[in-house]
Design a protein around this ligand. Sequence first.
Ligand code: 87F
Length: 505
Amino acid sequence: MAKKEVEQKQKSLPSTSKNPSMNQKQSADNKGLTVKKSDDVSEWYTQVIQKAELIEYSQVSGCYILRPNAYFIWEKVQAFFDQLIKKDGVKNVYFPLFIPENLLTREKEHVAGFAPEVAWVTHGGNTELKEKLAIRPTSETIMYESYSKWIRSHKDLPLRLNQWCNVVRWEFKHPIPFLRSREFLWQEGHTCFATKEEAVEETKTILDFYEQVFREMYALPVLKGRKSAQEKFAGADYTLSVEALLPSGKAIQGATSHHLGQNFAKAFDIAFLNDKREKDYVWQNSWGISTRSIGVMILMHGDDKGLVLPPKIAEKQVVIVPIFFGETKEKVLAEVEKMKAGLEKLGLRVHIDDREGYSPGWKFNEWEMKGVPVRIELGPKDLEKKQAIVVRRDTGEKTAVNIGSIISEVSGLLNTIHNSLLKKAEQLLASGIVKATTLKDAEKAIKDGKLIFAPWCASQECEDNFKEKTQAKSLNSPLEQPKVLGDCFACKKKATAWFYFGKSY
Ligand code: 87F
């Protein structure tokens, strides 16, 4: 995305949420997008999130209102991930928002780089606090202080807790709703094990869960793998990540799963008596996925008509637009009510748009902007022919469907849409990756806006050199590696693993 202050743009946009009077409704042309996605993706994004009623701007730069259409998506993702981790044995908790300074700075190594992003509370009313309080940027420190009290023996392990909360990171780069906001929502999992092996195993399990969130909820493929030593979380022994590809060709981190080794355990004295009755430090992980993932989905699937929602996260999966015409109105209404009831019986989320004073075309545009996966149109002529028109949001494809089979058709169609969105994104990802074994090929591919997959030595110096030349950095290295390795694509020393590289968001 171009580096522009989105707020600036927002002010110049026509307002979208006024309730137009009857005769204004038809001409409310401010509803449509005024740019093509391919012409100015940054402006396109800014318009889509507002016109699809996902986001409202607030007075604080970098802090955004998640409107019901956006919050619904988060609730679906939340429910999906929550049941995955609960089935796996994780429990939910809630820790305080405020973290005393002494706690936040206890593990020096991890905080150092992040210090400029911490927001502090220094006063209660007019009274200065004795110790300032950080607004949680992440909860390792406050949680691990409790963990050190709760864990005494191997019987207390594993301890696997998660919290769903907001966090604040006072970013100074230009903020963008969902993708880079100062306050965002996430889950953070924090777990302790008696053995390293168990912890290592869990980092992979959680990474698979994140992949499932992207594939099954957002209909997006990801690159799963391990971060380089330079790119890992400073407090971790290693970091696993899922990375997504944006239409711009840039990669974006979708979620992370860290193995913390015993780094925090030593700093916070989280220890237990092992079966030989000796003191052992626990092995820890932490992992998170945030509302940033919603931004990735919007960018990947959206088109020139607006948002395109994968069916699993769409609040309205099917919108039925009855077309009224004189005395046939009642008959048409009765038929669409029947359809709705049938679809709802199958668990689908259906809405009938029977508003008066809006033309069918106007309604079609609105639901297209909002990304509703399937639209059904039914008018008197269709009724005569015992059919309805079914329109896919993702492809625009229109089909006349026999009323008798509409329920099963539409429910099948939602799966088809999910699979087809996923497939399209998979093709984009596959065609966006170039295998490179020489520096020349790698540079060219990056210049062409591709990601590269290359054998790499994984050294800091080599990464810095390549970054200077191309602005691209290492993304991650798949856990399952190709058989043949060879020399580093860039410095020609021995490679240690195949890595993805790309410009990143
Ligand atoms: C900002 C300020 C202070 C990121 C920060 O990735 C501290 C931090 O520790 C900080 N920004 N991080 C790293 C967060 C690591 C980890 N925490 C649990 C995750 C997933 C969830």
